[in-house]
Design a protein around this ligand. Structure first.
Ligand SMILES: Cc1cc2nc3c(=O)[nH]c(=O)nc-3n(C[C@H](O)[C@H](O)[C@H](O)COP(=O)(O)OP(=O)(O)OC[C@H]3O[C@@H](n4cnc5c(N)ncnc54)[C@H](O)[C@@H]3O)c2cc1C
Length: 280
């Protein structure tokens, strides 16, 4: 199948992209094209115009910004994986990106594209929620920052307004006693996960004293499991208790990769798999 007709605009700068997007409700941003182009070809989406932002310079910066690691929207997954600052300040991101698709896709797919698309099976939106990241968008009224937990509203639905584009993501720098742990189950390396978990852990030695759990590939957006995290802190790992708790707080939705029952089971055992990493 081929994509429906659309017009194409190569944006020269952020304001140029914002102006076109503000004027045309049906126009969409094109970044790396790794999710959008397949969707067009399968006619899951038929926009009036593609606003190509991939040539805008300065949108792929990776830098320390106060207490945050800032990753520009156009930084590709491969670029992020090779970056020295990421290696030093947020090495978990490299482990996570190794599980995102394959090298050819990682060479084109962008950090901002993954965050903006809001695929519930994608790793980066869950990471953003688990780390309390801020998503920086730019629009006709200037820039604004949206907490990741307020950014994902539903299936592929985000808090980005029509005239806005994502320009970068700010991850709080990790504290010494903090660890970001990640695990997913997938059928083949590079496939979307059957279920995945990112845990934000505060520890004293190897003892966990604060915990948040955010799942991906379980529902229609990144799923926080605060009640279950509290239960784990109080009672430790008990498969049945944690499974019941997860079942009551997440609306598990089956997909092509696994049924909702399988996702619930995997989500429960992922808690153990993730926290075992503290002892490794
Ligand atoms: C075979 C295959 C396997 C994959 N496996 C995984 C996987 O396991 N995990 C995973 O997380 N991802 C996976 N991906 C997706 C990949 O990570 C994409 O790179 C990513 O989802 C989108 O990035 P992109 O730059 O290609 O965005 P595009 O495809 O260009 O855009 C995606 C969407 O986001 C919007 N958008 C893009 N950038 C912006 C912006 N700056 N501001 C506002 N809106 C924007 C576009 O309008 C579009 O709606 C896979 C893709 C393929 C083809």
């Amino acid at each position: 199948m081929k994509a429906a007709d659309f017009s194409y605009h190569e944006a020269t700068n952020i304001q140029d992209a914002i102006n076109i997007k503000a004027k045309d409700e049906e126009a969409v941003i094109l970044a790396g094209g790794q999710s959008l182009l397949p969707a067009l070809n399968m006619r899951l989406s038929s926009p009036s115009c593609l606003i190509d932002i991939s040539k805008i310079s300065g949108l792929d910066d990776i830098k320390i910004d106060g207490d945050y690691l800032f990753i520009g929207a156009l930084a590709t997954h491969s670029h992020v994986m090779k970056n020295e600052l990421v290696l030093k300040r947020m090495p978990c991101l490299i482990d996570i990106l190794k599980m995102v698709a394959h090298p050819a896709i990682r060479n084109k797919g962008t950090h901002g594209g993954s965050i903006a698309y809001g695929d519930p099976a994608a790793e980066l939106p869950a990471l953003a929620v688990a780390t309390n990241a801020e998503i920086i968008v730019s629009g006709q009224n200037g820039d604004r920052s949206i907490h990741a937990k307020d950014f994902y509203l539903g299936l592929f639905e985000t808090a980005i307004n029509q005239d806005e584009i994502v320009i970068g993501i700010k991850y709080p720098l990790l504290k010494q006693e903090q660890a970001i742990l990640f695990e997913e189950v997938c059928r083949r390396h590079g496939d979307y996960a059957m279920a995945g978990l990112i845990a934000n852990v505060n520890k004293i030695g190897n003892k966990v004293n604060d915990l948040s759990l955010v799942y991906f590939a379980t529902g229609d957006k990144p799923d926080s499991a605060d009640k279950t995290a509290k239960l784990y802190l109080e009672n430790g790992y008990d498969y049945s208790n944690l499974k019941n708790s997860l079942n009551s707080e997440i609306d598990f939705a089956g997909d092509l990769n696994s049924s909702s029952e399988m996702k619930l089971h995997l989500a429960t055992i992922l808690i153990k798999k993730v926290l075992n990493k503290l002892e490794a």
